[in-house]
Ligand binder design. Structure first.
Ligand SMILES: C[S@@+](CC[C@H](N)C(=O)[O-])C[C@H]1O[C@@H](n2cnc3c(N)ncnc32)[C@H](O)[C@@H]1O
Length: 331
């Protein structure tokens, strides 16, 4: 294990994410994402095998597994402390459709079978080598499978990075405990949308604060660097599914007034296209440039990405939004 991975592991052994406490309120974000995806695209998770890579304490995964009894989940993580909580949560709920294994994503994953869906939410950006981790995961994906990622956004991450640097300078590499006290003294213990959890639980709150302000390794992305990450991974196409900003979440779309069956706010660029010249200039741009503009207008602090190897998404009845925002990846 390389030094960075050892540091990340040690951090999560001390502060498992999102919380060592099993009894926190239900965290439904992952289940909601899978349901929205299914409702819009027509993809059916029933009977599918799903890998959750970097499941943490499993709060989000267990909520999904509880609500999707006909889907089989395998969850991996490299930290035993996280898996301990995840296993106890799953057994409290009597789940029989989820199994947990301790595995490092950066190592050989061939002991795992292949999956219809691979999810890696909030994990790749903490790896010492995200590209290599992604390639390992793509090898576990069936040819007509789907991959979901959640990655930090650079443009919306500036304030958190500013605060993180202040804490780091004042803490001078001292303990997480001291860092946590500094965060609280500096009144940085407020959370943006996307980190917005029931934080009255002190273990959950400390876990989130360590993740937000004391993390030992993280990389932040833009739409451009996400494409660079995905190129050469073995995936054929990739689309941004949604973004989070400081205040709320959006479904992703570069299209002006693009149709969508879900009644949820989208990253429609219309408000910025205030004259015929601006609108025409936008409309004639290639997709990558439109994506850069959406980045600059919305400043995401996080991206949900959907990606696939073959033409699966072409065959989904409700995949128009994904198709019009799909980037062709290089080999
Ligand atoms: C921020 S947590 C995300 C947890 C969960 N996916 C969620 O969204 O709630 C990141 C998790 O990734 C795990 N992780 C980091 N690097 C890993 C690696 N190389 N192999 C396996 N798990 C890793 C950590 O142990 C931690 O539990």
């Amino acid at each position: 294990m390389d030094t960075t991975t050892l540091q990340v592991k040690s951090m999560y052994e001390q502060y498992p994410y999102p919380s060592k406490a099993a009894g926190i309120p239900r965290l439904a974000e992952l289940y909601n994402l899978l349901q929205l995806f299914s409702r819009e695209s027509g993809f059916d998770f029933k009977g599918k095998r799903v890998l959750d890579a970097g499941t943490g304490t499993g709060h989000r995964l267990v909520e999904a597994a509880r609500s999707m009894p006909e889907t089989e989940f395998v969850a991996i993580d490299m930290t035993e402390a996280s898996l301990e909580t995840a296993r106890s949560l799953a057994s409290t709920h009597g789940l029989t459709n989820v199994t947990f294994r301790r595995i490092n994503i950066l190592e050989d994953l061939s002991s795992l079978e292949t999956f219809d869906v691979v999810m890696c939410m909030g994990v790749l950006h903490h790896l010492s080598n995200p590209k290599s981790g992604l390639q390992n995961l793509v090898r576990r994906l069936n040819p007509d499978g789907l991959l979901f990622l959640y990655l930090y956004g650079e443009l919306g991450g500036r304030e958190r990075m500013r605060r993180k640097t202040i804490v780091s300078l004042l803490n001078g590499g001292d303990s997480f405990e001291r860092g946590l006290q500094l965060i609280k003294d500096l009144q940085f213990d407020t959370f943006e949308y996307g980190w917005n959890l029931p934080i009255e639980d002190h273990q959950l709150r400390d876990g989130l604060l360590v993740d937000a302000y004391l993390h030992v390794n993280e990389k932040l992305y833009t739409s451009e660097s996400i494409t660079e990450l995905m190129n050469g991974s073995g995936l054929q196409q990739s689309a941004l599914y949604g973004i989070t900003t400081g205040k709320c979440g959006y479904l992703y779309d570069t299209a002006v007034n693009g149709p969508c069956s879900l009644k949820i706010p989208k990253t429609d660029p219309s408000p910025w296209l205030n004259t015929a010249l601006v609108k025409e200039s936008y409309e004639r741009l290639p997709l990558a440039a439109k994506m850069q503009l959406v980045d600059l207008w919305f400043e995401p602090n996080g991206y949900t990405v959907v990606s696939w190897k073959n033409n699966l998404v072409d065959s989904l009845p409700g995949a128009q939004r994904l198709m019009r925002n799909a980037v062709q990846l290089s080999e």
